[in-house]
Design a protein around this ligand. Structure first.
Ligand code: HOZ
Length: 439
């Protein structure tokens, strides 16, 4: 693959970044896009098709972030594009009910037995925020337990010891969050049931819910250890707290029925996003009817949104879930096989180059941690050599491979990735690890 200096590769992108900085803080509309953790001006994307991105300078990249997860069928998936075009011809928003909302809900409920009732929102942040309000109302309790390095969007109470951009930029919880709210969130280490038992003992009858990424994606990819998720279910039931499983990343990704299916989980509430909207802005919170029916207009918990259940987003979601459901028996094994090939292939190149690396992978999401030690929680992830990761990221980008621009994010693969992309990625990594090792 080509290897050109970034400055000559990205002339138009650099100019676009400078212009964007006149309008947006840091030139971006979401902090992780600024590439601050890996250096260099971020390439501006002009288009994408299948597994490939094209930037404003005409450079092409194999895409391993897939818009942070949604593009499981590849970019510009034709049935989704056609569905969006068809829906748009009938107008893009009504702020009133359409049949498409129940059409998409039917497909979700078919894959998620835990979801008896649901509501559409426009982002994962709204989904988790609303699920927590519901849990507090249902239990009459205030404390929420989350896990260090997990990211559940940017609502006040969930930014405590969060992953994703909060971990990437080393922000110790966000400014602007009142202490009174932050104090209602307990952040515990992931994969540690004893820590949760101690929290329940210390805060008896005060914990409304625990919220968890069943496979952490926002501290890099960290799988649950054997029995951990079942332990969360058992402890929440024992102590009368709700279990909220945040499947914004893992939903329809690690299996058709997400982590709930993969780990045989029956949570009280589930949150979804990303894939469920086929690349358009959709979030979902849903679960047991006895909790969901607390929502207005049936109950006293208020939650609303003009663009909730937006017809274009419903159309894209239906097209995406239909393709996944119709082809699940081939797509998920294919995602697994191609992910194994590329994730293990790159890890093997690290070993040959003498670069310490730990690979964590669940299905088509994974992280190459730049550490020799196992990574089972955020504290261990944070011991990774982030400077070496940044060098690797830059070297891969120069060679036409776009990885998520932080050690604390997961890579995602799509059904459009195949042998050609795997071979090109491993070849790029062979060179890139030399750059890392010789620095
Ligand atoms: N929550 C997404 C994955 N960590 C990133 C989206 C963003 O922050 O821009």
């Amino acid at each position: 693959m080509r290897s050109l200096a970034q400055e000559t590769l990205h002339i138009k992108s650099q100019a676009l970044q400078q212009r964007a900085e006149r309008f947006f803080p840091g030139g971006v509309n979401s902090p992780v896009r600024a590439f601050r953790a890996v250096g260099g001006a971020p390439p501006f994307i002009e288009s994408a098709k299948g597994a490939w991105l094209t930037d404003a300078d005409g450079n092409r990249y194999i895409d391993y972030f897939g818009s942070w997860g949604p593009m499981i069928l590849g970019h510009a998936f034709p049935p989704a594009v056609e569905a969006i075009e068809r829906a748009a011809r009938n107008s893009s928003s009504f702020g009133a009910s359409t049949a498409a909302e129940a059409d998409l809900a039917e497909r979700i409920v078919a894959c998620y037995p835990a979801i008896e009732r649901l509501r559409f929102v426009s982002s994962g942040t709204e989904a988790t925020m609303s699920a927590i309000r519901l849990a507090r109302a249902a239990t009459g309790r205030n404390i929420i337990v989350k896990f260090e390095g997990c990211y559940h969007g940017h609502s006040d109470g969930l930014l405590v010891k969060a992953g994703s951009g909060v971990a990437t930029f080393g922000i110790p919880g966000s400014a602007g969050v009142p202490d009174a709210i932050a104090h209602l969130t307990l952040a515990l280490p992931f994969n540690d049931l004893a820590a949760l038992e101690a929290a329940f003992a210390a805060h008896s009858n005060q914990i409304a819910a625990i919220i968890v990424e069943p496979v952490v994606g926002n501290a890099g990819c960290i799988p649950p250890s054997e029995g951990y998720l079942a332990g969360l279910r058992r402890l929440t039931q024992t102590h009368g707290s709700l279990l909220i499983v945040d499947e914004v990343m893992t939903g329809f990704r690690v299996a058709l029925g997400g982590a709930c299916q993969l780990y045989s989980l029956d949570p009280d509430l589930v949150t979804l996003g990303k894939i469920v909207g086929g690349g358009l802005p959709v979030g979902v919170f849903g679960g047991k009817r006895r909790f969901m029916d607390l929502l207005a207009p049936l109950g006293p918990v208020y939650q609303a949104g003009t663009l909730s259940g937006n017809p274009l987003a419903m159309a894209a979601g239906i097209a995406t879930l239909d393709a996944l459901q119709a082809n699940a028996s081939s797509i998920y094994p294919q995602l697994e096989a191609v992910s194994v090939a590329v994730a293990d292939g790159v890890a093997a190149e690290a070993r040959k180059a003498g670069v310490p690396l730990t690979l964590n992978r669940v299905g088509s999401m994974w992280t190459w941690f730049f550490t020799a030690d196992p990574v089972t929680n955020y504290e261990q992830a944070a011991r990774s050599d982030t400077a070496a990761f940044a060098r690797f990221h830059r070297a891969m980008l120069e060679r036409g491979v776009w990885l998520p621009p932080s050690q604390f994010e997961a890579a995602f693969l799509s059904a459009a990735h195949g042998e050609q992309e795997v071979a090109a990625t491993i070849a790029a990594a062979r060179d890139a690890f030399q750059a890392v090792a010789s620095a």
